[in-house]
Design a protein around this ligand. Structure first.
Ligand code: F6P
Length: 358
């Protein structure tokens, strides 16, 4: 068993409620094992610039339910993609990370984030960095775990929003189009739409046509329902756009283009068809990343935080904590990254169709 005396923690990528619960559990479990914890600020920027702070029991007191991350986050990437081969190549920032780890005599690192953050940890393993990742993203698109921290709290936001939008759509006899996050996966759209009783759910996994949406709304109208709720994932693909996503144009350090705008695009197409109901659009955007962690996320984060320290103590590195059924297991990061982004399970797509949801 390795002699673990000092562990680093960082939180990268898109935030969500539940991250602080994980940080709190890491510090508490580490303290019980006599391990010192160092918190790096703003994702991978922290170890690159050696911008860090000690994390003690008092630093994590009272943060279990607090959204966001006390360490801050960023989308900093110490690797850059080789244009010719598509491989991620180390930049000089990698040497700065290694220098920080050596100076601080760190025995392990716990990066908390999605596939981008965990992908950096996996690439650093070849440079000797011993990491145990914790999956955290509202997108829930991390392979190897049933759920990532933050997804359940985002579902709570979407469900509450759909409950609220039902009353005004019904009152005004309108089609309320709700654009949700999730990047290239439909987890938030499908499960949030099911929980919130949407009538149409459009996920990236199933390209749609405007005609199909118009037909679904018209069928409801013929049945006396003079309103509809349409949930559309920001990454959904319309056949009329040859399957291209509607984007905002900006590309981040991991090559992701910022998605957004499909909701308004769909509303305009429905209006052009002269649908007898007026469409209106609500883009939930960053509401899905904010707020207070649900009990499920607090418990998941607490389990993952404690397990990450225990995996480090057991010498299990280049892995992440994964919830599979009721068990938290160590999942090799190579396996995780090979399956990301994890598409929404076919069972949920099937359930939506069985519930009469287009
Ligand atoms: O990955 C989480 C996420 O919220 C995605 O659903 C969304 O597309 C993206 O982050 C937005 O990125 P940013 O917070 O950098 O605008």
């Amino acid at each position: 068993m390795p002699n673990i005396k000092r562990i680093g923690v960082l939180t990268g990528g898109g935030d969500s409620p539940g991250i602080n619960a994980a940080i709190r559990a890491i510090v508490r479990r580490a303290h019980a094992a006599g391990i010192e914890v160092i918190g790096f600020r703003d994702g991978w920027r922290g170890p690159i610039e050696d911008d860090a702070q000690p994390l003690t029991l008092s630093d994590v007191s009272g943060i279990l339910h607090v959204g966001g991350t006390i360490l801050g986050t960023s989308r900093t990437n110490p690797f850059e993609k080789d244009k010719a081969t598509g491989e991620w190549k180390p930049t000089p920032k990698v040497d700065r990370i290694l220098g920080t780890f050596n100076r601080r005599r760190l025995d392990a690192l716990i990066p908390i984030g999605g596939d981008d953050t965990l992908g950096v940890a996996h690439r650093l393993a070849k440079h000797g960095v011993k990491a145990v990742g914790i999956p955290q993203t509202i997108d829930n698109d991390v392979e190897g775990t049933d759920y990532a921290i933050g997804f359940h709290s985002a579902l709570a936001v979407v469900t509450d929003a759909l409950d609220k939008l039902h009353t005004t759509a019904h009152a005004h006899h309108r089609v309320l189009i709700v654009e949700v996050m999730g990047r290239d996966a439909g987890w938030i759209a499908i499960l949030g739409g099911l929980a919130g009783g949407a009538d149409v759910i459009l996920a990236p996994e199933e390209p749609f046509s405007v005609d199909e949406v118009a037909e679904a709304i018209s069928r409801r109208l013929e049945g006396g329902k003079r309103f509809s709720i349409v949930v559309v994932a920001e990454g959904a693909r319309a056949k009329e756009l040859d399957g291209q996503q509607v984007v905002q144009g900006k590309v981040d350090a991991f090559g992701h283009v910022q998605l957004g705008g499909i909701g308004y695009w769909l509303a305009n197409r429905l209006e052009e068809r002269g649908l007898p109901l007026t469409p209106r659009v609500t883009v939930l955007a960053y509401l899905q990343r904010g707020g207070v962690a649900t009990p499920f996320d607090r418990l998941l984060a607490t389990r993952f935080g404690a397990a990450a320290v225990e995996f480090a103590l057991a010498g299990k590195f280049d892995v992440m904590t994964g919830l599979q059924g009721h068990d938290v297991i160590a999942v090799p990061l190579a396996q995780v990254l090979a399956g990301c982004p994890k598409p929404v399970s076919p069972e949920f797509l099937k359930l939506a169709r069985e519930m009469g949801v287009r």
